[in-house]
Write a protein that binds this ligand. Structure first.
Ligand SMILES: [Zn+2]
Length: 322
């Protein structure tokens, strides 16, 4: 037992006085401030910089407790500052979440991503990426759309060439073959640009729009360097899931809300270095031709029927060693 309270979680991030939240208009802004404090602390206390690993873990666990409350919209009275009031301190801030249990479990996560990871990952106010199970089959994949655009250009070029051929009455076998293959490619590409209902998709935060867009099929998403840097052991799926869940609200969002099967689908994509952005092997391949034959994507249609009911989500806590 740690007798942890929300007041002491805030204290671990050097937030002891409610007035620091005075300028915050809502919980979102309060949470951003909490995140800023956490980042400052975690960079200063990181074991890479000679910090005490236990203290580092406590800071992280306290942040994760506060983040859970935020994600589940369970911040009392919609304000973190209420946990710093005298009465809250006296009552040990009652809550329908067992803070002590939550903190104890989070503090058992011994993975320590590098200092550089924290430096880069927590730079932005808003997490850069969102992963989710598509709830509609309407969004198109940015990468596939771009590729099908290239094919369409090739197709219209071939059509122009063939018009020219008709005008001069010279039959060119190779041009008409090029045209045929280009247009059949368009038909195939059109079917695959859409991200189907129930598929895992990844989007990035659009600062102008203030929302997530540029959706990708999971298979089309290159794992950014920032995410790669946070993986402490890419050979271990469970460890990797813990690392990715601890990036929630920092570098990515949405993973904690997904069901177990989709979480693991995401993990398996992320740990495969063939999918990493900046992978040299991949770059060499990409440079070899403008319109490449598309590798068929595996669609987990069959397994959809064996999925857990929607309500049965895996909490990040279930993954932590007891
Ligand atoms: Zn795609």
């Amino acid at each position: 037992m740690t007798n942890k309270t929300l007041t002491s979680c805030l204290g671990d991030l050097d937030i002891t006085d409610g007035t620091v939240f005075d300028a915050c208009a809502n919980t979102d802004e309060e949470f951003k401030l909490i995140k800023k404090n956490w980042r400052k602390k975690v960079l200063a206390e990181h074991p890479d910089k000679g910090g005490d690993p236990d203290k580092f873990r406590t800071t992280n666990a306290s942040f994760e407790v506060l983040r859970d409350l935020y994600q589940q919209s369970k911040v009392k009275d919609g304000t973190y500052s209420s946990y710093l009031s005298e009465s809250a301190k006296a009552e040990a801030a009652e809550s329908d979440i067992d803070i002590d249990e939550l903190f104890t479990k989070y503090s058992k996560n011994t993975n320590v991503p590098s200092w550089d990871f924290y430096e880069e990952a927590a730079e932005e106010d808003v997490p850069g990426y969102k992963v989710e199970t598509a709830r509609s089959g309407r969004a198109k994949c940015t990468v596939c759309k771009k590729n099908s655009g290239k094919v369409a250009i090739a197709d219209s070029a071939a059509a122009e060439a063939s018009t020219a051929i008709v005008a001069t009455s010279t039959a060119s076998r190779s041009s008409s073959r090029a045209k045929k293959s280009a247009s059949s490619a368009v038909v195939k590409q059109n079917d695959t640009t859409v991200i189907g209902l129930g598929e895992v998709r990844v989007g990035s935060f659009d600062k102008m729009a203030g929302s997530y867009g540029r959706w990708h099929h999971l298979e089309c998403w290159r794992v950014p360097k920032k995410v790669q840097n946070g993986l402490t052991d890419p050979s271990d799926e469970e460890s990797c899931l813990r690392d990715l869940l601890s990036m929630e609200e920092v570098l990515l969002t949405g993973l904690a809300a997904m069901d177990e099967e989709d979480q693991m689908t995401f993990v398996r994509h992320v740990i495969n270095s063939d999918h990493w952005a900046g992978n040299r092997k991949r770059k060499a391949g990409a440079a070899s031709g403008p319109v490449k034959q598309k590798v068929p994507r595996s669609r987990p249609n069959q397994s959809r029927h064996q999925k857990l009911p929607r309500g049965e989500r895996r909490s990040p806590l279930d993954l932590l060693p007891m």
